[in-house]
Design a binder for this molecule. Structure first.
Ligand code: R5P
Length: 292
């Protein structure tokens, strides 16, 4: 008998199948119907055996819908499992992990409580926005990084003396790790975001080391593309060669992909934590290693 059963939510079905294959696990799809009033109706397609169950579902938009579905699947899985491991490749709400302005709700804290209350015994996430979010989980939690997987992809591209760039100080360690694995250098830009309007500005002065080099902007996620666009505009003014983007989670909201391309980015490469046109890097192996 295999040790694990993988149950997918509808937002991560392909990744779930890959993970089940890597773990030699049973795979159960959950069928989703959305009722006219917006409620989600979830049905497991097969009855799970009594073993460890991995529930995998990213909570990208529609975030609240995907979240309630994830919690519902975990709760049902708990009726059969000896243990339920939640794999949330992209954790929505991870940017709401502290009170930036007075009165703000720390929604990440609420979500952490919900995962525990439905019977999650372990949670695995991929490149969560910040480790602060994971501290709210009163269960075993682990963040795995997709940086080595992304680097493998970039190592195959014929880049001209590549330089890794973090668009802000929050992403410095990520860029440092990326550069180390790619055996090159990195720089960090100074980004400022207006907490009320969300508007982004780059405050850095020019960098001599970028002239004539291909650049790789590394970020955990792209949402509206505002951070990447401002960083690209700043870098392009300084005679760099091409600008590539490497990110784990490409949400690409509100036409972000087109806007990023128009700003001068040659290619966006992301992972399959969020499936889409740019998700060329598979993280199932990295997740599988974190489970075993
Ligand atoms: C911010 O600190 C994050 O690491 C991302 O840079 C940011 O959330 C991306 O959002 P957007 O694409 O809307 O600028």
């Amino acid at each position: 008998m295999t040790k694990f059963t993988v149950i997918s939510g509808s937002s991560s079905e392909e990744l779930a199948k890959k993970l089940a294959k890597k773990l030699d696990a049973n795979f159960i799809k959950s069928q989703l119907r959305i009722f006219p009033d917006g409620e989600s109706k979830i049905t497991f397609q097969k009855k799970p055996q009594k073993n460890k169950i991995i529930v995998i579902q990213s909570t990208y938009p529609p975030v609240d819908e995907n979240l309630i579905q994830t919690l519902s699947i975990i709760s049902k899985a708990n009726e059969y499992a000896t243990e339920v491991i939640a794999v949330i490749p992209y954790m929505g709400y991870a940017r709401q992990d502290r009170e930036f302005l007075p009165g703000e709700v720390i929604t990440m804290k609420v979500i952490a409580k919900l995962f525990k209350s439905v019977g999650t015994s372990r949670i695995i996430v991929v490149d969560i926005h910040s480790m602060i979010g994971l501290k709210y989980f009163n269960i075993k939690s682990k963040n795995v990084t997709a940086i080595p997987d992304l680097v493998k992809y970039f190592a195959k591209l014929k880049l001209k003396n590549p330089l890794v760039v973090s668009p802000d100080h929050g992403g410095k360690e990520r860029a440092k790790e990326f550069a180390k694995l790619l055996k090159t250098e990195y720089i960090t830009l100074e980004k400022q975001r207006d907490r009320k309007t969300g508007k982004v500005e780059i405050k850095s002065t020019n960098f001599d080391e970028i002239i004539g080099r291909d650049l790789i902007l590394v970020d955990d996620m792209i949402s509206t593309g505002g951070s990447i666009i401002k960083a690209t505009e700043f870098l392009k003014k300084q005679k760099c060669a091409r600008v590539f983007v490497a990110c784990t989670h490409a949400l690409l909201r509100n036409g972000a992909e087109k806007k990023i391309k128009n700003a001068g980015v040659t290619k966006i490469i992301s992972t399959n934590t969020i499936p889409g046109k740019t998700s060329l890097v598979d993280v199932s192996d990295t997740i599988a290693k974190a489970i075993i």
